[in-house]
Design a protein around this ligand. Structure first.
Ligand SMILES: Cc1cc2nc3c(=O)[nH]c(=O)nc-3n(C[C@H](O)[C@H](O)[C@H](O)COP(=O)(O)OP(=O)(O)OC[C@H]3O[C@@H](n4cnc5c(N)ncnc54)[C@H](O)[C@@H]3O)c2cc1C
Length: 287
């Protein structure tokens, strides 16, 4: 952490570098004097049960999440998202923290964490100078990290993502992540959906739905959630929820991936399939 205090500015933390190096090369990131490698900081590499939550450190490579039994048990949507990110070489170095700090509204890990109701832990590096040996940290709801496409509240060179706290899965709860990619695509998807669902017999007791890119920041379909909460999953409730989702989401046209209309078209099937999977899994988790 001392490196952050003494290094020439401007500086940026670098983890896998799979976003940052390309952004620097292509001029999408302001030039920096110093890159500080955060992949050896022990605290950022933990993946464990902590404070009755699943803690995943920011520097954990996404491939480790795919293979980790705790993540598989408590954060299935995240495991599924991480498994779909890029190819094996990228997954070995790309980190969950980098995926989130890049702050794109359709980043796969980010959309899964949103549906899983994660909280982000942020370390203030200035606080370390003030309190010898200690780093001031704070925990915030995941959604509050984001302010716009590619923009987070993290203060450059002054704050670091430490990791993410996810609620542990309980009886009747399950999650699912699905996405649609251009056939030749290797980076962000055309559209993705993550759903966490709690089932009580034949009723949806609680639900969280995240869709990327559904707005300028990672999007929760809260209107559709309200429609489904307390209801059985039927064709009629699905149609009402879909209507609410389409009314609330702002699907944009992006030059390289898809038009707004095409995203609206695709989300119908993707939402249905993800919802039905989460519903079935939650049913199995009742017994
Ligand atoms: C070929 C290819 C395919 C890809 N496919 C996908 C895909 O399918 N889905 C997808 O979502 N993404 C994809 N990506 C994007 C990228 O791989 C992911 O977003 C990855 O998780 C980024 O992590 P990283 O460790 O490489 O981040 P880096 O590039 O190291 O950093 C990204 C940003 O986060 C900041 N940062 C890193 N760690 C921290 C920290 N602890 N605290 C604060 N800031 C931090 C950096 O300063 C930088 O601004 C792809 C990229 C490539 C090159």
């Amino acid at each position: 952490m001392d490196a952050f205090a003494s290094a020439p500015r401007p500086l940026a933390p670098i983890a896998g570098g799979t976003d940052l190096l390309i952004d620097l090369e292509q001029g999408r990131h302001a030039p920096v004097q110093t890159l500080i490698d955060v992949t050896e900081i022990k605290e950022l590499l933990a993946l464990e049960i902590r404070d009755d939550s699943l803690f995943i450190g920011a520097s954990v490579p996404v491939n480790r999440i795919v293979l980790d039994p705790l993540a598989g048990a408590h954060a299935q949507a995240l495991t599924e998202a991480c498994e779909l990110i890029a190819g094996p070489q990228v997954r070995n170095v790309a980190t969950l923290g980098g995926n989130v700090a890049h702050a794109l509204p359709a980043a796969d890990g980010t959309i899964a964490l949103l549906a899983l109701d994660a909280h982000a832990e942020i370390a203030s590096l200035a606080a370390q100078a003030a309190v010898p040996g200690g780093v001031g940290t704070r925990r915030i709801p995941f959604k509050d990290l984001f302010v716009g496409p590619g923009k987070s509240i993290l203060k450059h060179g002054e704050e670091l993502l430490v990791g993410f706290y996810l609620p542990l899965i309980e009886m009747g709860q399950a999650s699912c992540f699905k996405r649609i990619m251009r056939p030749q695509g290797v980076a962000l998807p055309i559209i993705n959906v993550a759903i966490w669902l709690e089932r009580e017999r034949d009723t949806i007791k609680d639900i969280r739905i995240a869709v990327g890119p559904g707005s300028a920041t990672p999007f929760r379909a809260t209107e559709a959630e309200s429609v489904l909460r307390g209801q059985p999953l039927t064709e009629a409730t699905f149609e009402s929820a879909l209507e609410a989702l389409l009314a609330q989401a702002q699907f944009r046209t992006s030059a390289r991936r898809a038009s707004s209309d095409y995203r609206q078209h695709l989300v119908v099937t993707l939402f249905k399939e993800t919802l039905e999977s989460a519903w079935r899994r939650a049913g199995l988790a009742l017994t």
